[in-house]
Design a protein around this ligand. Sequence first.
Ligand code: SF4
Length: 350
Amino acid sequence: MRIFNPSVVIIDNDSLDFPIAKRFKKLYSDNPSTRYQEIDHEDICFDQFQPFPKTLVEMKSTLVVTRRYGFAVEKVGEGTYDLASDYIFNVVTGCPNFCSYCMQLYTLQEVPYIAIYPDLESAMKMIQGICQTDERRPLIFELGNMADMVELEPATGILSDVIRQWADTFDPEVQLQVVTKSDNVRNLLELSPKGTVRVGITLNLPEFIDSYEKKTAPLEQRLSAIRELLAHGYRIHLIFSPIFYREGVFLKYRELFKHVKKFLSDCRGFDESDVTIETLTFFHKKGGHHEILRHYPGVAEELMQYVECPEKQTYHERYYYPDKIFKELNSLLTECVETYFPKAQAKSIK
Ligand code: SF4
């Protein structure tokens, strides 16, 4: 198991009194392998703290605790592109993983580090307010679609903070959903989620994980993490994503679904009717090729093969597989979900 360890930790002075900042100070101010620094609020956005992260590796190992990147909740779900949850919120912007297709490559120029919003109390109050006005149930709030909170957990403790508060505040009809490619779940096993927390594990063919999701857990380790989480009262959201088109993948994806179903059937606590599931076929934004080329030159051409050029695609200026391939993949995914997870709740198949 790879444990993320920040090489730089910076605390904005106006965040020093928050419990997260105090914990970081204790953890990192005397840690010889981490450079710890406190800095004035105004300096966070400029090249004032040196060395400012420039390479991808530096950006992804620098933690900055600041309120500069404020807390926000976005309504998603029905009528939007994102059907897997009802709201998305982030207390962390930035991710330690190295997925070459990551949409976050676009925001690195603006936020070239992992920004941590420290005021969890205010964030929780805002979410409680939303729950009072939005009476739909169940209501799912996805945390950290701009970060892998599970991977960050051993180094930050933030996900544990949120889960504790969530389980004490809400009943299982208001669910916290957190998405990961990590198997760093040990800290989570010590908590009592009380049916309020759903962990979304991203799954893919091992060859794609190896090639495009560097420094994430291999497939079998992700599955082992699911086993542990199920045994400790967590609910599960399965995310087959991103689905890539290559020669011969249809059979391989069928085998993947079959394998996952067999694995889960042997897990204590597995209840297929409580599982939610989504699939997402690979796409990229306009300019994606350029960003991938800049940060992951070795795989850019391979990743973008088969997708259509933006001139032919106008919908949100995204690169998609051509209609024929997309439809074939979509019917494969629909068939796999219906065959292997007929009782699960399919949130989004695309
Ligand atoms: S886990 Fe998600 S946010 Fe993190 S690098 Fe991969 S795609 Fe990006």
